[in-house]
Design a protein around this ligand. Structure first.
Ligand SMILES: NC(=O)c1ccc[n+]([C@@H]2O[C@H](COP(=O)([O-])OP(=O)(O)OC[C@H]3O[C@@H](n4cnc5c(N)ncnc54)[C@H](O)[C@@H]3O)[C@@H](O)[C@H]2O)c1
Ligand SMILES: O=P(O)(O)OC[C@H](O)CO
Length: 316
């Protein structure tokens, strides 16, 4: 919608041919955006070759853990000079790779042809054309500027950045912190607790970023603090809601069953922790989320452990 509103012709790929037909006929995606009229410049197709063959930008947005498999199938159909744009906010399990790393590897393109779009962009609010800002990041600033020009609208304001590592980490780790804040919320904890998780969550994101060569200033921008605030304060966030359900006492299986869309932090908390370990970075909130989500530790026990860590200076 944003690209179409910015003046682009958009070809939207989906797996189900019948849904593509329905979207073209009714100009609405009944499963994912009911009630939102899609611009006429969007044409849906179930044929990836048709969607990709002459695209200036190929925007990739599937659940992070499915990117590698999907992209391997699409790679032969990509337009020769297309810029691959990731909207995904996850880290690959097993490899601990960021989505742009998976893209360069699987599509066999240089980093200059891969960009990331991230920031406080809850889909339903964007679809309602409420004002929002975002970051478009690429190691090649001219590519980021081209993407910025392609997606700027009166309600959507993208800023450029060349710190791809920081922007991607901001997007992936905020989902884990969103789970933690949701859990606190579900346990009935108040705003001091939530503000503590947000702030210390940003501290551990920044520590990881520094160890990975990111610019620390990225984390006080839209891709860091901005997205963290949106995710941790909104009931529209799937990660936040997932955490809230867990904190209220639902089991993991019940919570998964109640979640119809992708909550990236549920899988990526493990790969983010893996990244932290690979870089020798202490990530206590991420570790706590993993222990609750994947090891079945009761939130009250995990919280006590988090609060009884040894005292330390705020900055180190
Ligand atoms: N929804 C948001 O507000 C939002 C905002 C910014 C970024 N993102 C990111 O976008 C990514 C996707 O999330 P989403 O919100 O679109 O999730 P979603 O669950 O709403 O939609 C996922 C889409 O991918 C499809 N899909 C599921 N499994 C697939 C597979 N194996 N192969 C191909 N397609 C598959 C689904 O049919 C659906 O169309 C995530 O990384 C998320 O962090 C989401
Ligand atoms: O619904 P969530 O938790 O995946 O968050 C959506 C976006 O990433 C918010 O910017």
């Amino acid at each position: 919608m944003v690209l179409a509103d910015a003046g682009c012709e958009v070809s939207l790929w989906g797996r189900r041919a019948e849904l593509a037909k329905e979207i073209n006929a009714g100009r609405v995606n009944p499963d994912y955006l009911p009630g939102v009229e899609l611009p006429a410049a969007i044409t849906a197709t179930a044929d990836p070759a048709e969607a990709a063959h002459d695209a200036d930008f190929t925007v990739l947005v599937v659940p992070s853990q499915t990117l590698r498999g999907n992209l391997a199938a699409w790679a032969p159909m990509l337009a020769p000079d297309t810029v691959l744009v990731s909207l995904m906010k996850g880290v690959e399990l097993g490899t601990a790779k960021r989505m742009s790393e998976v893209i360069t590897e699987v599509a066999d393109v240089p980093a200059e042809r891969v960009a990331v779009l991230t920031g406080p962009n809850l889909a339903k609010e964007i679809a309602a054309r409420q004002p929002a800002a975002a970051v478009v990041a690429c190691v090649d600033e001219t590519v980021a500027q081209r993407l910025q020009a392609a997606c700027i609208t009166p309600y959507f304001r993208p800023y450029t950045n060349t710190d791809v590592v920081g922007c991607e980490l901001g997007g992936a780790v905020k989902n884990v912190i969103g789970l933690a804040v949701g859990i606190a919320n579900g346990m009935g904890l108040g705003d001091n607790s939530k503000a503590t998780l947000i702030t210390r969550g940003l501290a551990e994101t920044t520590r990881l970023g520094l160890a990975m060569g990111a610019d620390p200033l990225t984390f006080s921008g839209l891709a860091g603090l901005g997205d963290l605030v949106a995710t941790c304060s909104s009931p529209l966030s799937r990660n936040n809601t997932f955490g809230t359900n867990l904190g209220r006492g639902m089991t993991l299986q019940e919570t998964i069953a109640a979640t119809k869309q992708t909550a990236e932090g549920v899988k990526s908390c493990e790969s983010v922790l893996d990244l932290g370990r690979r870089h020798g970075v202490d990530m206590p909130i991420t570790e706590t989320v993993v222990s609750i989500v994947h090891d079945g530790k009761p939130p009250i026990v995990a919280l006590k452990e988090l609060m009884s860590r040894s005292a330390k200076p705020e900055r180190r």
